[in-house]
Write a protein that binds this ligand. Structure first.
Ligand SMILES: Nc1ncnc2c1ncn2[C@@H]1O[C@H](COP(=O)(O)OP(=O)(O)O)[C@@H](O)[C@H]1O
Ligand SMILES: [Mg+2]
Length: 354
């Protein structure tokens, strides 16, 4: 919601008309008027009356490309409203993992950001790391197992993790984000607790060596020739903040600060930018992504992860890094929409029947 709000506020309204659509936690799609009500009043006022006049409460996008837009479910005539481009401002499962992207690809509606493949690969930390390794990018030592293996024989899994990674280590659900289900563990007991937590969120669990390093991020935009921004850094001020967990990321505790550009040398900046573009290409990303790094004391850089739908709130790294690079958020959004249309044209060239 916070990301959607800042996109709606920043988008050039002389060029684009925003039609808000919301998806509830239960998965119901809300039409523009109902979706707008979820936004603060001052933001609602920035939406055009035309968009809000669509009183339909229940809407859907069908995979049928001849519909080409938003289908109104609660009007008897079942009309559709054409959408020129969809900007999925959704983080995590069903928003960032390729499922929504698959629907939009079937419907042949241009959309901002990565396609199905890149979204799914960027969401699954095991697959993402395999692609990074394949591209020659440095990553931390890690291993993974299935929830079913853990439930079948936890001692066997623990022995393997100790042999391959050892303590301390990080335990995470393979598919998620925002640090949900992520724990730092130091012994068998904390490891078991961490796996039980991660297993609530995914059937696949990844374990990584603990990396002691600065957390640097880099924003990337573009299709076949992606451009990287100036990197930023999450600086943790208080020792009590053990790592960037959900609270530290989103509740402005004052413990962490995002500094852009990061205080690093020009040569490290260039290295980060080239690694970020390489990571982007490794998963076949398009539109936008944010690539996160660890910078170790000895100068070694590791790619931690790529986020195909990074936070777009007023305090998020992605808009801030472009701002510092000289591209204000309004122009970033405009470029993202242009990349969406360009990618759609490129995809439309493919023959789909023989
Ligand atoms: N291997 C690791 N070593 C040290 N800290 C880590 C490691 N993995 C994750 N963290 C910490 O946990 C945070 C969240 O992990 P991350 O892999 O970025 O998952 P998410 O997709 O949830 O953001 C990171 O920003 C970092 O602070
Ligand atoms: Mg992260």
């Amino acid at each position: 919601m916070r990301s959607a709000r800042s996109v709606i506020e920043a988008v050039d309204k002389t060029k684009y008309e925003v039609v808000p659509i919301a998806i509830t936690k239960e998965g119901n799609w809300l039409g523009p008027a109902a979706a707008a009500k979820l936004l603060p009043e001052e933001v609602q006022r920035k939406l055009s009356a035309n968009a809000l006049n669509t009183k339909t409460k229940e809407v859907a996008i069908l995979g049928d490309p001849s519909r080409h837009g938003l289908m109104k479910l609660d009007t008897g005539d079942q009309t559709t409203e054409t959408l020129d481009v969809v900007f999925p401002v959704l983080h995590g499962t069903y928003g960032e993992d390729g499922t929504l992207q698959g629907l939009l690809e079937m419907a042949a509606i241009p959309f901002v950001g990565c396609g199905t493949l890149a979204s799914a690969c960027g969401m699954d930390k095991v697959t993402m790391k395999a692609l990074f390794r394949e591209a020659g990018l440095p990553i931390c030592a890690h291993t993974w197992f299935l929830r079913a293996e853990w439930e079948g024989d936890p001692n066997k899994v623990t022995r393997r993790v100790i042999r391959e990674i050892g303590f301390p280590c990080f335990v995470k659900p393979a598919n998620l984000g925002s640090s949900v289900g992520v724990s730092k563990t130091s012994d068998k007991a904390s490891f078991a607790k961490a796996v039980d937590l991660a297993a609530r969120y995914d059937r696949k669990i990844i374990v990584e060596e603990l990396v002691d390093g600065r957390e640097i991020e880099c924003a990337v935009m573009g299709n076949d020739e992606p451009q990287a921004s100036l990197p930023g850094e999450y600086v943790i001020h208080e020792e009590s903040a053990r790592f960037l967990d959900y609270t530290e990321k989103y509740s402005s505790t004052g413990n962490v600060e995002f500094i852009v550009p990061a205080h690093i040398s020009k040569s490290v900046i260039r290295k980060i930018q080239s690694m970020a573009a390489k990571a982007y290409k490794a998963i076949d990303a398009s539109g936008l992504s944010r690539v996160d790094f660890f910078l170790k004391k000895d100068g070694e850089l590791l790619v931690n992860e790529i986020n195909t739908l990074p936070g777009l709130t007023d305090v998020s790294g992605f808009p801030k890094m472009w701002e510092a690079t000289g591209i204000p958020f309004t122009r970033v959004i405009d470029q993202l929409i242009q990349f969406a249309l360009e990618r759609h044209r490129e995809r439309s060239r493919n023959e789909t029947s023989i």
